[in-house]
Ligand binder design. Structure first.
Ligand code: IFM
Length: 467
């Protein structure tokens, strides 16, 4: 019997019966966060960034992460144990192309080949993300996502993957959370490559979408199934009148910029105006804009928390957590981040209702595109008691957000699936090992995986729903 109370089992039953038969339930990870074995691949910007003292909270680096390169079969067995339909993973660009372009690394490709076959033999659909932030260092030296050749390099990398895997991958995401790459990595210094230059942030945002467009074109040539991308979208809540203009601008940078470009409306005019102090946008051209707006088959939403802001308090603008950093929203008038409890360990407000408003707003801005929740989950302090981890906070987080996704679906929003972030406790980027999001606890010293109560929750949910 799983370590779940009768009332939790009853609520799982209620949720399970509302999940439509063809609704995908999965779990997600990304390459740099779990793979380890950095010496068997090329270097990425996250290897460079994590090597700088002070960039990662606890000094953690790519090795050993979760040693997934060696423990992948065990990890696929965890997915089978959970009973999920699909697994969303990312490919490490420098593992398949050491320098980003040029000669393939056959052993890197062979790893993903085994992984995909291993999923299929377990009847789990592979959902492949092409770029989840680990840009080859060799390309960053050319300017990274500010280099005008980056889109073609990304297309070349896409072709390597499409040639080899388009026959077996069920869904493709070109990019994961390009807002983080552009604005936390280029505008701000919180993530790799740590540029801290607002102009670079806007240019990176645009060039990421140019890369997406070129990647989609290649995937179409290889008849890849179900092509889309995952954005981190959310709802901005202004606590008072004085924060309204800032909320609109921040919503523009995090939500509307991406959705409007994808929908063919170009850069929102207010974002264009408010960013003139940083950039003249001379890197934009009409043919790229047309390519970016070509149809995709689905859009992924990575949702964790709303962004609640208020007029500045006496201390001025305050950044209270990962993603809640004013430098990542260049051009924002002074505000303070004002998340309301309960908060996760990341300092992120827990608010499932804002998932519904985010889904509704997204479908309005980009109509007729099926939506998936490609990431959702929470970091909470996990206590190991007699070898068990009873993570009720995380379990409740999942239950309330799956409920919200189903409410949105019941109200007519075309939501087709939900992926838990994350399968494993892993390297939480600049937070290192200090924040754990896993369904399975990973012991840093022994690499032992232990199912938390939230993993039992998913196992029960999957066992009780109709498939
Ligand atoms: O761990 C990250 C992931 O890589 C991208 N989305 C948010 C997660 C939690 O911060």
């Amino acid at each position: 019997m799983p370590p779940l109370s009768k009332s939790v089992l009853d609520s799982i039953d209620e949720l399970a019966h509302r999940i439509p038969r063809n609704f995908l339930i999965g779990a997600a990870t990304s390459s740099w966060q779990i793979e380890g074995s950095s010496t068997t691949r090329g270097r990425s910007i996250w290897d460079d960034f994590s090597a700088v003292h002070g960039n990662i909270r606890d000094g953690a680096m790519a090795d050993p992460a979760c040693d997934h390169i060696n423990r992948w079969e065990e990890d696929l067995n965890l997915l089978s144990w959970l009973g999920v339909d699909s697994y969303r993973f990312s490919v490490s660009w420098p593992r398949v192309l050491t320098h980003g372009v040029g000669e393939n690394n056959d052993s890197g490709l062979a790893f993903y080949d085994r992984l995909i076959d291993g999923l299929l033999s377990r009847h789990i659909e592979p959902v492949l993300t092409i770029y989840h932030w680990d840009l080859p260092s060799a390309l960053e030296t050319k300017g990274g996502w500010n280099w005008d050749g980056i889109g073609d390099a990304f297309a070349e990398y896409t072709e390597v993957l499409a040639k080899k895997f388009s026959d077996r991958v069920s869904m493709w995401a070109t990019l994961n959370e390009p807002w983080c790459s552009a604005f936390l990595g280029y505008a701000d210094k919180f993530m790799a490559p740590g540029k801290g230059d607002p102009a670079a942030g806007f240019e990176a945002a645009y060039r990421l979408l140019v890369g997406h467009a070129k990647s989609v074109e290649v995937l179409r040539q290889y008849n890849a199934k179900d092509v889309g991308l995952a954005l981190n979208l959310t709802t901005f809540i202004a606590e008072d009148e004085g924060a309204k203009a800032a909320a609109h601008h921040m919503d523009g940078i995090m939500n509307r910029l991406w959705l409007d470009l994808l929908a063919g409306r170009g850069v929102p005019s207010d974002i264009m105006e408010n960013s003139r102090q940083f950039t003249d946008w001379s890197f934009i051209n009409d043919s790229d804009l047309a390519a970016i707006s070509r149809p995709i088959d689905w859009l992924g939403i990575n949702y964790y928390n709303p962004q609640r802001i208020a007029s500045p308090n006496d201390d001025g603008a305050v950044g209270v957590g990962n993603g809640q950093r004013i430098d990542a929203f260049p051009g924002t008038p002074p505000i303070t981040f004002a998340p309301k409890g309960p908060l996760t360990e990341m300092g992120w407000e827990v608010d499932a209702a804002s998932l519904i408003t985010t889904l509704v707003a997204t479908q309005e801005r980009l109509p007729n595109i099926p939506l998936y929740i490609t990431e959702n989950g929470g970091a909470f302090p996990d206590l190991i008691v007699n070898g068990s981890i009873d993570d009720q906070d995380r379990l409740n987080y999942y239950a309330s957000h799956i409920d919200a996704a189903l409410i949105a679906k019941e109200r007519g929003i075309d939501v087709r699936g939900y992926f838990a972030w994350s399968l494993l406790d892993n390297l939480e980027w600049a937070e290192g090992w200090t924040k754990r999001f896993g369904l399975f606890h990973v012991d840093r010293a022994t690499q032992e995986r232990t199912a938390k109560s939230s993993a039992y929750f998913f196992r029960e949910l999957n066992a009780r729903r109709s498939k």
